[in-house]
Design a binder for this molecule. Structure first.
Ligand SMILES: Nc1nc2c(ncn2[C@@H]2O[C@H](COP(=O)(O)OP(=O)(O)OP(=O)(O)O)[C@@H](O)[C@H]2O)c(=O)[nH]1
Length: 352
């Protein structure tokens, strides 16, 4: 008997846009659907996986959460993604729906194109590509072409023939979308949001639907069941990288415009002060994303710290497990020229 193809939703969007938050909300409102999650994260800490495993949603047990940690999913399609999908599809108890969260630095195009590979084409289809946008970051000009900065990078690296790496990636993720979620609307006013809509629309030639959200709260029925089959249309959604390739320009998409490292420091006795001081470190070094867990003496739970630009959220996430080494570990992501030694020293100083 011919099995129906399993729908797979690809959720993309720049670092910190709110992908994990939206998925968490989706899992808690999945209306009885069994969802398998494939999560790809940039940075070596696996924070997203932990956050999602801790959400206790019935739609998705811990076994159904698969983390791809060997780099950005767009570069590891053959070695990582396809074998993972094949294994998932061999399971006796197949999921009703697959949700894939790309890293914030991934180009969605190679991932969507992978659904045309014979191993999975007969069994799965891309229900839709959903691109989550940090509306506040757009309003603040985060993705606008920063000519001074790009020129400075070019001086260091002759091969850099791109626009700003942030701008390019932002556009590539929008170009791939079937649905755009303008998230974090709580952080801007109506006029700001209108400007964000216009800016996003001006970046793409296709016209996917755009919806607004705060904290990724979008009904499951809106996110799942788009029924697009995006893999059949991926040739019409070319990334800057694809276009440069077609023009005979050869350079790899290897994320070397971005840098990530993990900083470990001791226990943090004054978490409020630490977070305030971190804001200063983030601003001084133009850190794009910082996230991880802190060990607060006398607390049985670990403190989750999430920074997107200089906005920081923090909450006690779960109890340290018996035998788990307590510690403060934060992943830092920035452009490739961020000053790692200085940031390490500044975070260590901020913790004391
Ligand atoms: N104010 C506000 N904060 C939000 C909203 N959505 C998400 N956040 C916060 O933004 C931060 C980043 O959210 P995530 O869901 O982890 O973002 P992400 O896109 O998964 O991040 P990466 O996986 O690192 O790319 C967290 O601190 C969230 O709580 C929102 O609508 N409003």
């Amino acid at each position: 008997m011919l099995q129906q193809k399993i729908p797979a939703t690809v959720i993309t969007g720049f670092l910190g846009a709110g992908k994990t938050t939206m998925i968490r909300n989706l899992l808690q409102n999945a209306n009885g659907k069994r969802i398998a999650l494939i999560i790809n994260e940039f940075g070596d800490l696996g924070v997203d996986g932990d956050v999602l495993k801790g959400c206790g949603a019935e739609a998705c047990s811990e076994d159904d959460i698969i983390e791809l940690t060997n780099g950005c999913i767009c570069c590891t399609v053959a070695d990582d993604f396809i074998p993972t999908m094949s294994k998932l599809l061999e399971r006796e108890n197949r999921p009703d729906h697959i949700v894939i969260e790309t890293s914030g630095l991934a180009l969605p195009q190679p991932l969507v194109a992978a659904f045309n590979w014979p191993e999975i084409k007969t069994q799965v289809t891309v229900d839709g590509v959903i691109t989550v946008v940090d509306s506040a970051a757009v309003a603040a000009g985060r993705f606008a072409d920063d000519h001074d900065r790009v020129d400075a990078l070019r001086v260091e690296d002759d091969n850099l023939d791109h626009e700003s790496p942030l701008e390019e990636l932002f556009e590539d993720q929008l170009t791939a979308a079937d649905l755009i979620v303008l998230n974090k609307t709580d952080l801007i006013d109506a006029a700001g949001l209108k400007a964000v809509r216009e800016e996003v629309a001006s970046r793409i030639t296709r016209k996917p639907a755009m919806i607004e959200a705060r904290n990724g709260e979008v009904a499951a029925a809106v996110l799942l069941g788009l029924g697009i089959g995006s893999e059949d249309d991926i040739a019409n959604r070319k990334s800057h990288h694809d276009l440069e390739h077609e023009n005979g320009e050869e350079h790899d998409h290897d994320h070397d415009e971005f840098e990530s490292f993990v900083v470990e420091v001791g226990a943090v006795a004054d978490p409020a002060g630490f977070v305030e001081r971190l804001k200063g470190v983030i601003a001084a070094h133009d850190i794009l994303r910082l996230k991880g867990f802190a060990d607060v003496p006398g607390k049985s739970m670990r403190l989750l710290i999430q920074a997107v630009g200089s906005r920081i959220d923090q909450y006690f996430e779960r109890a340290w497990k018996p035998g788990e080494a307590r510690g403060t570990r934060l992943v830092v992501i920035g452009l490739h020229d961020i000053d790692e030694p200085a940031i390490r020293a500044a975070i260590a100083a901020a913790a004391n």
